[in-house]
Write a protein that binds this ligand. Structure first.
Ligand code: ATP
Length: 365
């Protein structure tokens, strides 16, 4: 691992007017495509800020507009309307030459790695430096430094086909960082990898952020990536950003219906209809799911509410894990008893929990 990272750290803003803490600024951005006589609105009136130094994940189902959003940020697409500013520079107002320079300040990694198969690992990493006109000696020095950082110095002379998927993506990351960009865009960077390798790449991305100070915009449909790496998350649906917030907040308390749907389906934290049907076979009582957060003494509160309502609670489903190293999950209980009116007792329990700000939902079916 590199001892001295000063040479790798992202530089300050390369602009005079890009002050403040915002690195990427989208204002009322719309992108439409004409396709076979019909118009597709891929991105619809999106306004979004990415703070310098943060990791923002953009999530949403296929076709939500995530890739288009990323391509707008690195000016591979220009918006139909609205403005895209990166480091204070309005990309929609630049000429071709200036655009090329602006793009060089934005690193990008891809699902399929996009390495040059004819070049060695070192050759791939050095390539952007060569294009940027960096001299041989400096190129070699920086390439070695980057390969050291991603843990592949010993594979410098290998060719991409000799590497595992995770190693290829690590080369992709080293290459994306070659020109010292303050911003890294990752489009489904771990989607082609197995879980173990995904973990390794996510850890590296987190290091790129914390140790090198690079701001990251991460497009993903993988909750593990969001849970592990992102500070904030933006949820997209049909071209719009419908919810944006701190990862922990959006995961544990999504406020919009699309975010709730996405978080629920992606985290499997509530029983699916199939799981619910199986539960029903053995648990005829009332099923309720309690959202688990890192609030202190939550279990005590939940037990107390059940006891006060006179119901017996049996834990039948769920799990507790971590989102950004904070406790998060959900637990489904079967409530029974509560005579003489079990239904009223259940409602008392729910009201008791909600009065304390605990999120609890009844499972239907
Ligand atoms: N160049 C293009 N020409 C026409 N339509 C496009 C173009 N690029 C994207 N679209 C359309 O815009 C919408 C958003 O696509 P986009 O790829 O941005 O979504 P996404 O959320 O990244 O989905 P995925 O995860 O499947 O890549 C889709 O309906 C897509 O078909």
């Amino acid at each position: 691992m590199s001892g001295d990272l000063t040479g790798l750290r992202a530089p300050g803003l390369p602009t005079g007017d890009g002050g403040g803490d915002v690195l990427v600024e989208l204002d009322g951005v719309t992108k439409r495509f004409e396709r076979g006589g019909t118009t597709v609105t891929a991105v619809d009136e999106v306004s979004l800020r990415v703070a310098r130094g943060e990791v923002l994940a953009v999530i949403g189902y296929s076709g939500a507009g995530k890739s288009t959003l990323v391509r707008l940020i690195n000016a591979l697409e220009l918006p139909t309307s609205g403005s895209v500013r990166v480091a204070g520079q309005d990309l929609t107002r630049l000429g071709e030459k200036e655009l090329r320079a602006a793009r060089a300040g934005i690193g990008m990694i891809f699902q399929q790695f996009n390495l040059l198969s004819s070049r060695t690992v070192a050759g791939n990493v050095a390539y952007p430096l060569k294009v940027a006109g960096v001299g041989r000696e400096e190129r070699d020095r920086r390439t070695a430094e980057l390969l050291d950082f991603v843990g592949l110095l010993d594979r410098a002379h290998a060719h991409p086909e000799q590497l595992s998927g995770g190693q290829k993506q690590r080369v992709g990351i080293a290459r994306a960082l070659a020109t010292n960009p303050p911003l890294l865009l990752a489009d489904e960077a771990t989607s082609a990898l197995d879980p173990e390798t995904t973990e390794e790449v996510l850890t590296l991305l987190r290091r790129v952020n914390t140790e090198l100070g690079v701001t990251i915009v991460l497009i993903t449909h993988e909750m593990e990536a969001v849970r592990r790496v992102a500070d904030r998350v933006a949820v997209m649906e049909r071209g719009r950003v419908v919810e944006v917030g701190d990862v922990y907040d959006v995961f544990t308390a999504p406020t919009t219906v699309p975010a709730q749907r996405f978080v629920r389906s992606a985290t499997h934290d509530r029983p699916s209809p199939e799981a619910l049907a199986r539960l029903r076979e053995h648990h005829p009582g009332h099923l309720v799911t309690v959202r688990i957060t890192d609030r202190p003494r939550l279990q005590q509160l939940v037990d107390g509410a059940f006891r006060d309502a006179g119901v017996t609670a049996e834990l039948v489903y769920g799990g507790v894990g971590e989102v950004r190293e904070r406790r998060a999950g959900s637990l489904t209980y079967e409530l029974t008893g509560g005579q003489p009116d079990p239904a009223a007792a259940v409602q008392r329990a729910l009201a008791g929990l909600r009065a304390h700000g605990v999120v609890v939902e009844e499972e239907e079916g």
